[in-house]
Design a protein around this ligand. Structure first.
Ligand code: TLP
Length: 345
């Protein structure tokens, strides 16, 4: 049961901190983190770096800031960054790559979050003439938000890495939900993250922390990232209060995501036979269910759904996203299935 008694499938960002997190936050040892005094933040950053197999990590207020810092430092002003057309960085991060890094996006179409390798290759500009911006970076997103929480195969990541290495490009992962990807593949998250120069992952989505994300990379990169974070207004003081929840997010909450994946599947299976919607069961790989509506708009559908005590998010005129998470249990799924069937019968 979520927000105001609703079964809240809008996002895993709506998860509230667990009892254990609240206790740890209350008891957290803190100091001024801008002065480097907060032991709980230091513990979180060490744990985060070790978890994703990088030398160092930085606690940042949001995924957006983590990605922005990564692009600012991983790219070069006046160059292009290759990314998938529907990715979050390009579509939902307030044009930060242009504002703060001074780079041009080079979006590439895909059907599932995987940019075709030959298209990546074809769009890399190495022959520099005066009027042609070169390419400095590639960004991937895993799991992919727009493509229904789709997981990138490790094999694919390795192939992109090979291209990036060949052209000396920085490879960044928007891994807001990378633990959902590692859970779905049943592998250690390092098997994904080791292929990237930098990784951003969110503590405040399925991992239930109230605030915060992690940017991880080499020691040298993270040292510079600390300066950029400050310049963006992200230097935080006694932020061990939040880091305490982040530690539990990584140690404990990253291990329970399979339950969310099972519930997403259950939800999708419960409505897949309905004629007025389309849901591809094979595309439900993690904690998202993307529903394509027929004969009713997203907004109309969501209004009706709300009357039944269920919330979800519109992704287009006809596309609605349901996300499962720690504050959604089996009863919420049953309630949603019943409500959707009633509205679309
Ligand atoms: N995604 C949010 C909304 O912005 C849509 C959500 O509810 O899914 N990368 C990815 C892949 C994301 O999905 C998000 C947030 C971010 C980055 C940004 O993280 P925050 O919100 O912490 O800046």
């Amino acid at each position: 049961m979520g927000y105001k008694g609703f079964s809240d499938f809008r996002s895993d960002t709506v998860t509230r901190p667990t009892e254990e997190m609240r206790k740890a936050m209350y008891q957290a040892e803190v100091g001024d983190d801008v002065l480097g005094d907060d032991p709980t933040v230091q513990k979180l950053e060490e744990l985060a770096a070790e978890t994703v197999g990088k030398e160092a990590a930085l606690f940042v207020p949001s995924g957006t800031m983590g990605n922005t810092i990564a692009i600012k430092l991983g790219s070069k002003e006046g160059t292009e960054v290759i990314l998938e057309e529907k990715c979050h960085i390009y579509n939902f991060e307030a044009a930060n790559m242009a504002r703060y890094a001074g780079v041009m996006p080079r979006p590439i179409k895909s059907e599932n979050g995987q940019m075709p390798l030959e298209e990546i290759d074809r769009n890399i500009k190495t022959v520099l003439r005066e009027h042609i911006p070169g390419t400095s970076m590639i960004c991937l997103e895993n799991t992919h938000n727009y493509w229904g929480g789709a997981v990138l195969p490790v094999e694919y990541i390795m192939q992109v890495k090979a291209i990036a290495m060949e052209h000396n490009l920085h490879l960044h992962l928007d891994g807001a939900r990378v633990f959902n990807a590692s859970t779905a593949l049943n592998i250690d998250v390092k098997e994904i993250t080791k292929h990237f120069d930098t990784i951003m992952f969110c503590l405040s989505k399925g991992l239930c922390a109230p605030v915060g994300s992690i940017l991880a990379g080499s020691k040298e990169f993270i040292k510079k990232a600390r300066f950029v974070r400050k310049s963006l207004g992200g230097g935080m003081r006694q932020v061990g209060i939040l880091a305490a929840a982040g530690i539990i997010a990584i140690e404990k909450m990253s291990k329970r995501l399979e339950q969310d994946h099972i519930r997403a599947k259950k939800l999708a299976e419960g409505i897949a036979d309905l004629k007025k919607l389309k849901v591809d069961l094979n595309s439900v790989q993690t904690n998202f269910v993307m529903v394509e509506l027929e004969g009713i708009s997203s907004f109309e559908f969501l209004d009706e759904l709300k009357k039944e005590g269920v919330l979800a998010l519109p992704f287009s005129e006809t596309r609605v996203r349901f996300v499962t998470h720690n504050d959604i249990d089996d009863r919420d799924v049953e309630k949603a299935v019943k409500a959707i069937r009633k509205i679309l019968k």
